[in-house]
Design a protein around this ligand. Structure first.
Ligand SMILES: [Mg+2]
Length: 130
């Protein structure tokens, strides 16, 4: 029975946020492999190729934004079932409602609250059977 290494793909254009996420995973989710993409387009390719257990998707991205990237993920049979968590600095209630309606599994606002964020990620990964 091979151990399944859980993979999370983080799509984020800001290098500092990416570095912080690597730090957070190393400290709080050390058994999870964090993959990175800096555009939605690259994120789509990596999602197809690596089949991550969860995608954390920045809303504000150059090129395809987070909503457009989610739409593409949902239209592709290889990625349609992957849970996608939105992350954004926009924290209006209307933004959160829009994200839920679009089909995101949750909505994280920046700056990240580490404990709550870690619990959300663990919960979504547990749903995937990890
Ligand atoms: Mg951004």
């Amino acid at each position: 029975m091979g151990e399944h290494i859980q993979k999370v793909l983080y799509v984020e254009d800001n290098p500092l946020n990416m570095a912080l996420m690597h730090h957070l995973f190393k400290k709080n989710l050390p058994s999870v492999l964090l993959l990175e993409a800096d555009t939605g387009e690259l994120g789509l390719e990596m999602a197809e190729q690596h089949q991550p257990d969860l995608i954390i998707l920045d809303i504000g991205l150059p090129g395809l934004n987070g909503y457009e990237t989610l739409e593409c993920l949902r239209r592709d049979s290889r990625t349609e079932r992957i849970s996608v968590l939105a992350i954004s600095a926009f924290a209006q209630l209307s933004d959160i409602a829009q994200a839920r309606q679009a089909g995101f599994a949750g909505y994280i606002t920046k700056p990240i609250r580490v404990k709550a964020f870690t619990e959300i990620v663990q919960g979504l990964l547990a749903e995937r059977g990890g």
